[in-house]
Design a protein around this ligand. Structure first.
Ligand SMILES: C[S@@+](CC[C@H](N)C(=O)[O-])C[C@H]1O[C@@H](n2cnc3c(N)ncnc32)[C@H](O)[C@@H]1O
Ligand code: SF4
Ligand code: SF4
Ligand code: SF4
Length: 378
């Protein structure tokens, strides 16, 4: 099964101006990806892949509007019926524009939205906390599966208190460290040691939080430790597995700002995914990332899990062929800690009922998958 993830930056426009936003250099222009370009892009992908995950992004994707998104769903449905390719949808939104109409839309088309929300610190670098909280209630009432994504923007961000806040609202979350692009370039850097130490302390609390909620980074690392494939792009080889289209039709690896140094082509001028993969941009990005991964592979026993980390973050730190220091340190420290703890739980036969519900379901899921793998071997 050939799977691809696509990030559709459907518009650069946004109704917020978050201080750290990596999109700041786009100046939030109002242009929207035309439906013709969207249809051509999806059509080319169905010619190469059996399964497509569309991640609606921006700017603020809901600003593309109801008619646009309804028409986009018709295009997807037509492609499903005519090609047999599976197409699923996710969406990353600031949450401030979600109303009952959008909740019904997400439900109808089985979207798994992510709401960007910094929890207790939301007004510090973002805005619209009241609207986001209302959106969360509407999504919960409407039975939409969603998660939140908080940015750890500075040393003052209290991970434990914020986790407790998300848990009190029964909302799964993730804590993503700020990276220095766009508005974040002028902000003081986050300390890798502090971020990793706080994540470890949070993990130790989270693990036994019987009423707790999921934290995506923890779930992903635990799944890898228990033998499943990685679910985070930074720890999987993203080149060729991700494509991002911008409102003007330009295609890149993903929507991060420094990736624009490696253009794959414009949808108006390409006729296949192979055309994108034959571009100079694709070639140079791949060669640089392979050089970095080769160094990692030769020197790091965590390479099979980490995979050399994120190319965008390597670029931000100056060189595509060098491991990004912040993410490298954070991965080594947090992953090693979690691995020790998970192995100990298994060794000690800790009852599942003593653990965080998210941990319980990962363990059940992973052990049943291993059962399937055994069957396949026979
Ligand atoms: C650029 S936004 C686009 C989608 C939508 N407007 C939203 O806010 O969810 C995607 C995500 O990137 C995060 N983000 C933006 N700038 C960042 C930075 N410099 N470091 C880390 N995350 C950042 C946002 O908080 C958001 O979760
Ligand atoms: S992070 Fe999202 S909501 Fe905030 S300014 Fe950037 S695009 Fe807009
Ligand atoms: S460059 Fe980084 S953020 Fe972009 S898809 Fe690859 S790993 Fe993810
Ligand atoms: S932990 Fe660091 S050295 Fe190891 S593979 Fe990841 S980026 Fe490379």
């Amino acid at each position: 099964m050939k799977h691809v993830n696509i990030i559709v930056k459907v518009t650069n426009a946004c109704n917020l101006r978050c201080k750290y936003c990596y999109n700041q250099d786009t100046e939030y222009t109002q242009d929207v990806l035309s439906l013709e370009r969207l249809e051509k892009f999806l059509t080319l992908l169905t010619m190469r892949f059996d399964s497509i995950e569309v991640i609606w992004h921006g700017g603020e994707p809901l600003l593309a509007g109801r008619d646009y998104m309804t028409r986009a769903m018709e295009i997807e449905e037509h492609l499903r019926l005519t090609t047999g390719v599976k197409i699923k949808n996710k969406l990353q939104t600031n949450g401030t524009l979600i109303d009952k109409w959008w909740v019904a839309f997400f439900k109808k088309y089985d979207f798994k939205p992510g709401i960007s929300f910094d929890g207790l610190e939301n007004e510090k670098h973002r805005q619209g906390t009241d609207k986001v909280l209302r959106a969360i209630s509407l999504m919960q009432e409407g039975g939409v599966h969603f998660g939140t994504l908080a940015v750890v923007a500075d040393k003052e961000y209290d991970l434990l208190e914020n986790y407790k806040y998300f848990a009190s609202k029964k909302v799964p979350t993730d804590f993503s460290p700020i990276f220095s692009e766009g508005g974040a370039k002028s902000m003081s850097a986050l300390d890798a040691e502090k971020y990793a130490a706080d994540m470890i302390a949070l993990f130790d609390y989270w693990l036994y939080d019987k009423e707790g909620v999921g934290v995506r980074l923890f779930s992903s690392y635990i799944s890898m430790i228990l033998g499943k494939a990685c679910r985070i792009c930074s720890n999987a080889s993203c080149i060729g597995a991700f494509f991002s289209i911008y409102p003007n039709g330009e295609i890149y690896n993903c929507g991060r700002a420094s990736m624009t140094a490696y253009p794959f082509g414009n949808i108006d001028n390409v006729e296949s995914v192979e055309d994108l993969m034959s571009s100079r941009g694709f070639h140079d990005l791949l060669v640089g990332a392979i050089a970095r991964r080769d160094k990692c592979k030769a020197s790091c026993d965590l390479f099979p899990y980490c995979c050399g980390n994120c190319s965008d973050e390597a670029m931000i730190e100056g060189s595509l062929d060098k491991a990004p220091a912040f993410s490298c340190y954070a991965f080594k420290t947090i992953f090693t800690h979690i691995r020790t703890k998970v192995n100990k739980i298994i060794e000690d036969k800790v009852p599942l009922t003593d653990l965080n519900p998210a941990m319980r379901s990962i363990m059940i899921d992973c052990f049943s998958i291993k059962g399937d793998a055994q069957e396949e071997k026979k």
